[in-house]
Write a protein that binds this ligand. Structure first.
Ligand code: ADP
Ligand code: MG
Length: 612
């Protein structure tokens, strides 16, 4: 009887499978564990994580580590990935033509048009005209209200107001005639005077309707079709805000400007093509398909993507002691996204969504010092350590312990940095592929699209469903179900969208609705994993035809996701493929595939024989 451990070192997670193998080669699994990988996979820093994982697996059995007969490590294909985002459009106000934002408490509501005028000038204003009055920070709200009331009494038609401070409600409450008031306009001095303007304030819980529609703006200002085309970016930037002002200035202009984002050079076996990043994800991925298989990808220096490429090359070069110039980037995935950006030349801190392209790149090299790692581990634990088995082959061997599976079978290993696929045919031959882009990219997309700038929170939003705290004693889950509490929740949670993590509800510091946050989360998962699942499977499928694959088992950390497996299964159903989450050894779910495969293919084990 020999006790052996299979150890899978991933970039995110190190997993152990423990088993006893008897003299006949029958395998009996008796434990497992999972810890966070320390350092990049295949490096010396992994050792402490591996020891920790071995200890955790052995602890319940009360067996000392020195009783292990052997430790088997995966021959990890050194793959590292990284992600970056390139913004390709931005909104610029070249002359003050627009204000649109979400002040917490605007005054009044409704739509009004008039000529912009300073509060001081109201006393001499013409009574035949409609006005939108401007109130700066130097004016007390009481005084402002009195002056507006006085003008109204003289027959001057004040239709709306733009206010610098947060005084909208205070002024509104003191007016003889209610008008819509947009407040918290920081740069009120930039608003041009004596220009036609339209102002709109939506009721609580709603967003503006007219000023976000180009034809309504055209109606209000009598615009020509040409002018209407030009205000489309304004209407777009004003979509979803609670209050807005549009001013028609002579050259007043807001533009959607394209930002040069450089280009990628895709070097394939037969052809080399260039593609500008600002043409978007579809154009990039078309070209990637066109030149596949890729040998190398270059990105323009001085761009975000160029910087990311340099980082992955550098990290891999340091790891393998090779010159940076020898490290080739072998795959990229691009996805289109929208990221919130501050409007340039803004008057009230306005944000607009800019188009961006998210990219993940991956480098792969032949030799990482796995043997050195094995020797170091052996020294530390005084147990025989061997490097055995290619990761993709081990993963499929492990996956085949899922009840109800047999070869031919394909697996998708949905990890953190890469999405891998392998296929085993009836003859036992295995083909595999590693592609850039997986869980880490989803986390980045969620972070950027929501403008969180907090990867930990983005990761939690990826992991857990959302809920809305409706009172301090109950919350409504994303699926509509209601949960009640005996004790009141933290008052800071009141009215907030929360993520339901293990530690209870955690507030998300955003104004966005639960619906939008969930939408961003789902889209990010779909963009990365559906696209990559199809890409990966078509590379390993017979004749490149996914329809010729019958069964797919999902393994890896991202297969634990509460939505991703269903998204993939739905998509693959259209190809007639049966897809499910693997259940390694009938008990481990999608985890532990590689570690389990290592044990089963060890020299001591009789092939594929094990009891659960
Ligand atoms: P690796 O093999 O590269 O170490 P893993 O197979 O451990 O990677 O997968 C890591 C990825 O899985 C990370 O992106 C992580 O966010 C994701 N992940 C792990 N657990 C879950 C979960 N419960 N729900 C969603 N994603 C998860
Ligand atoms: Mg893995």
């Amino acid at each position: 009887m020999a006790l052996i451990a299979g150890v899978d070192i991933g970039n995110n997670t190190t997993e152990v499978a423990l088993a006893e193998i008897d003299g006949q080669g029958a395998v009996r699994f008796c434990g497992q564990s999972l810890v966070r990988t320390i350092g990049i996979k295949g490096t010396m820093r992994n050792v402490s994580g591996i020891i920790d994982a071995l200890n955790q697996a052995l602890a319940p059995l009360k067996i000392p580590r020195r009783d292990l007969a052997m430790v088997l490590l995966n021959e990890a294909t050194p793959v590292i990935g990284d992600v970056a985002m390139e913004t390709i459009t931005e909104t610029v106000i070249t002359e003050s033509a627009m204000i649109g934002h979400n002040p917490t408490t605007p005054g009044g509501m409704g739509l009004a048009t008039g000529t912009t005028i300073n509060l001081d000038a109201l006393s001499e204003a013409d009574s035949a005209q409609d006005f939108i009055v401007l109130v700066d920070a130097a004016t007390d709200f009481q005084v402002a209200a009195e002056m507006i009331n006085a003008a109204t009494a003289r027959g001057v038609r004040v239709r709306g107001a733009i206010v610098q401070l947060d005084d909208g409600v205070l002024i509104h409450n003191r007016l003889s005639q209610p008008i819509p008031i947009v407040d918290e306009v920081r740069h009120i001095e930039r608003v041009p005077m004596r220009m036609p303007a339209a102002i709109e304030v939506a009721p609580v819980g709603k967003t503006i309707e007219k000023l976000s529609n180009p034809y309504d703006i055209a109606t209000l200002f009598g615009l020509s079709p040409e002018e209407t085309r030009n205000i489309v970016p304004i209407a777009r930037a004003l979509t979803g805000v609670r209050s807005a002002v549009v001013i028609k200035t002579p050259q007043g202009d807001i533009q959607e400007r394209r930002i040069p984002a450089g280009h990628l050079t895709l070097i394939g076996a037969e052809a080399t093509v260039e593609v500008p990043v600002d043409q978007g994800a579809a154009a990039i991925m078309d070209k990637v398909d066109q030149v596949a298989p890729l040998r190398e990808i270059k990105a323009e220096a001085g761009t975000n993507v160029g910087g990311m490429f340099e980082t992955v090359r550098q990290v891999m070069a340091d790891l393998t002691n090779q010159p940076v110039s020898d490290i080739l980037v072998q795959d990229i995935i691009a996805v289109d996204t929208l990221v919130p950006q501050q409007v340039l030349g803004n008057l009230a801190g306005e944000f607009a969504l800019g188009n961006a392209v998210g990219l993940a790149a991956m480098v792969q090299t032949q030799k990482l010092p796995m043997q050195m790692l094995a020797r170091k581990l052996e020294e530390e634990i005084q147990v025989k350590v061997a490097v055995s088995g290619v990761e993709a082959e081990m993963a499929i061997n492990g996956a085949l312990t899922t009840p109800g599976t047999k070869a031919p079978l394909a697996i998708l290993d949905l990890g953190g940095g890469s999405t891998d696929a392998s296929l085993i045919n009836e003859a036992g031959q295995i083909r595999s592929i590693h592609l850039a882009g997986a869980g880490d990219m989803v986390t980045m997309l969620i972070d950027k699209e929501l403008g969180l700038d907090d990867l930990d929170l983005a990761e939690r939003i990826k992991f857990y469903p959302l809920a809305k705290v409706e009172t301090l004693f109950h919350l409504r889950h994303e699926d509509g179900s209601v949960q009640f509490f005996d004790a009141p929740m933290d008052p800071r949670l009141f009215g907030r969208v929360v993520v339901m993590g293990e530690g209870g509800p955690q507030p998300i510091p955003l104004e966005d609705t639960l619906g939008r946050i969930a939408e961003v989360r789902r889209k990010a998962k779909e963009k990365v994993f559906v696209q990559n699942g199809l890409r990966a499977l078509s590379r390993v499928a017979p004749a490149g035809n996914i329809r010729l694959i019958e069964f797919v088992a999902l393994v890896g950390g991202s297969s634990l996701d509460f939505e991703i497996p269903t998204m993939l299964a739905d998509e693959l159903m259209e190809y007639g493929v049966v897809t499910g989450r693997a259940n390694i050894r009938g008990s481990q779910g999608p985890r532990n595939a590689v570690a389990t495969g290592l044990v089963l293919t060890s020299p001591l084990a009789r092939e594929q024989s094990y009891g659960r």
